[in-house]
Design a protein around this ligand. Structure first.
Ligand code: 13P
Length: 243
């Protein structure tokens, strides 16, 4: 069984004053039996690096340096103190037109910089209603997860687009089906796929975390809104420890 991972994605939220939330969280979970990853905005990464958590970026460029105004490379994230980076979040795919090929290249750049890539996949509501969820998952996994991935440098996050920030969550059976499918696809490609963490993301909160964490092949969560305060994120970490 892989070690469980509670990951928080702060998205475009967080000022220096909010670092007190992380200090509180660190004090409460100094002896956590699960891994804790916080992905703050890039502006805060260097100020988070002394906390006991793993720290991640939310995106990186496909290249390590160059004339790309406003972008951040995986090497820069590592230099700032990050150990992880989220790639292919649906908000990046939608807002910035990121394709599977771009996500694979970004994930490869992450690996080359020594970062763990947290590669996000997930179907839209239309795709779920059309019954094509597993086909979408298949093509996103094939296109976004680069060769050279393994349990040590890659985490897969299943985030149904329709569940993000909506309060809607798939049924436990739906989560079980997709996570089992992802595990099987990863096993077919990578020898150590049994150890690769597969996170669920989308409206995870204290009240549903324990049920979601009891689903087979759910190795943790990628949490958005409920990771922004210590009071909201702490019970999710505790639920993961108890699972
Ligand atoms: P919410 O937890 O706010 O639904 O966001 C999930 C997410 O997108 C994490 O990456």
């Amino acid at each position: 069984m892989p070690r469980k991972l509670a990951a928080g994605n702060w998205k475009m939220n967080g000022l220096r004053a909010d670092l007190t939330q992380l200090e509180t969280l660190a004090a409460r979970h100094s002896d956590a039996s699960v891994d804790i990853l916080i992905c703050p905005p890039a502006t805060l990464i260097s100020q988070c690096k002394d906390l006991l958590f793993d720290i991640g970026g939310q995106d990186c460029h496909t290249l390590m340096a160059g004339a790309h105004t406003g972008d951040i490379s995986a090497k820069m994230l590592a230099d700032a103190g990050a150990s992880h980076v989220i790639t292919g979040h649906s908000e990046r795919r939608m807002d910035h037109g990121e394709t599977d090929a771009i996500v694979a290249a970004k994930s490869q750049a992450a690996h080359a910089a020594g970062l763990v890539a947290v590669i996000c996949i997930g179907e839209t509501r239309d795709q779920r209603e059309a019954g094509t969820t597993l086909d979408v998952i298949d093509s996103q996994l094939a296109g976004s997860v680069p060769d050279g991935a393994g349990a040590y440098n890659t985490v897969i996050a299943y985030e149904p687009v329709w569940a993000i920030g909506t309060g809607k969550v798939p049924t436990l059976d739906q989560i079980r089906q997709v996570h089992g499918h992802i595990r099987a696809r990863m096993r077919a490609r990578f020898d150590d796929a049994a150890e690769m963490r597969i996170l669920y993301g989308g409206s995870v909160k204290a009240s549903n975390a324990a049920d979601i964490f009891a689903v087979p092949d759910v190795d943790g969560a990628l949490v958005g809104g409920a990771s922004l305060t210590a009071d909201d994120f702490s019970p999710i970490i505790t639920a993961l420890e108890a699972s």
